[in-house]
Design a protein around this ligand. Structure first.
Ligand code: NDP
Length: 285
């Protein structure tokens, strides 16, 4: 069994992006620039934004942070997005989710210029992905695809099961796998016999948000498991918490040929792919 080291893959990707940024600026272009919008004080969002900004700095990407109070109105946020859309010094726009209840996230996402939408959540980019056109692909499924391709090479003909159908992970993951010529099944909360679907799969991508839901006994021997889930559970000692995925790791490790750990699997690739998308946005500008 091989543990897929997402951290090492992400470090390589980040180093490669940093080299490309150096080549770009050496050729006279300005550094790629990412505008990061954070509304409110959600602690998890603050941690994510901090690590995204640190990763940008390390790769030579300029990040411009826009922090606003949790009381910000939807109209004010839309005005900020409009200003960033029109600013030629901004290549990519990231609005950290979730947004406070008074703001309709879908309306804000739809207001972002699709060619600056480095999160890949805009309906135009979702449509481009679904129809096989070039666009921005959401960072988490893009990171999963990179891990799969570097572990397995060609994915054509593989039976892939995606568990979860969110716009952020499950649906774009399924589109990417279809484009990579895998045979794709998408399962969700209404799927009838998840263990039976899982048993058929050469590739299992779990993006559910339920701690250790996928059991080792469900898996086909020799399969590859990508665990997107990030769940905080109490430690056995009763003191503090720890992170676990959607897959029961130690059981799965006995059956699978390749598996991503949590943490240290998909998470680091998500940030690396955000940098990749920002560089791509700058190259398009
Ligand atoms: P959502 O809550 O948006 O979607 C969860 C999906 O799981 C839904 O499609 C839901 O089905 C499905 N589901 C729920 N219960 C079951 C069940 N019992 N059996 C089968 N399917 C089920 O979550 P996200 O897609 O945003 O995130 C999924 C996980 O990935 C979370 O743990 C999240 O923290 C993590 N994540 C990690 C990232 C990273 O960088 N590592 C980035 C993004 C997310 P239905 O549609 O029917 O409700």
């Amino acid at each position: 069994m091989q543990i897929i080291d997402g951290k090492a893959h992400a470090l390589r990707l980040r180093a490669d992006i940093a080299q490309q940024v150096i080549a770009r600026t050496a050729a006279g272009a300005r550094a790629p620039a990412l505008a990061v919008v954070l509304v409110g004080e959600d602690p998890a969002s603050q941690v994510y934004v901090r690590s995204k900004i640190a990763a940008c700095a390390e790769a030579g990407i300029t990040s411009i942070e826009h922090r606003r109070d949790a009381t910000l109105s939807e109209a004010e946020l839309l005005a900020l997005v409009d200003q960033l859309n029109r600013d030629p010094a901004v290549d990519g726009i990231l609005v950290q989710l979730p947004l406070p209840a008074q703001i309709d996230s879908a309306r804000v996402i739809a207001a972002i210029d699709p060619d600056k939408d480095v999160d890949g959540f805009h309906p135009v980019n979702a449509g481009r992905l679904a129809t096989g056109l070039d666009g921005f692909v959401p960072c988490t499924p893009l990171g999963c695809l990179r891990l799969l391709q570097s572990t397995l090479g060609d994915l054509s003909g593989a039976e892939a099961l995606v568990i979860g159908r969110s716009n952020i992970v499950g649906r774009p993951m399924a589109s990417l796998l279809i484009s990579a010529s895998a045979t794709v099944t998408v399962a969700h909360s209404r799927s009838r016999d998840l263990p039976a679907l899982t048993r058929r799969a050469d590739i299992v991508i779990a993006a559910v948000g339920r701690p250790e839901m996928v059991r080792g006994a469900w898996l086909k021997p020799g399969c590859t498991v990508i665990d997107v889930g990030v769940n905080r559970v109490p430690k056995e000692s009763g003191q503090g918490t720890r992170l676990v995925g959607d897959v029961a790791f130690s059981e799965a490790a006995d059956v699978a040929a390749h598996i991503t750990p949590v943490p240290g699997g998909v998470g680091p690739m998500t940030i690396a792919c955000l940098l990749e998308n920002t560089l791509k946005a700058a190259a398009r500008a």
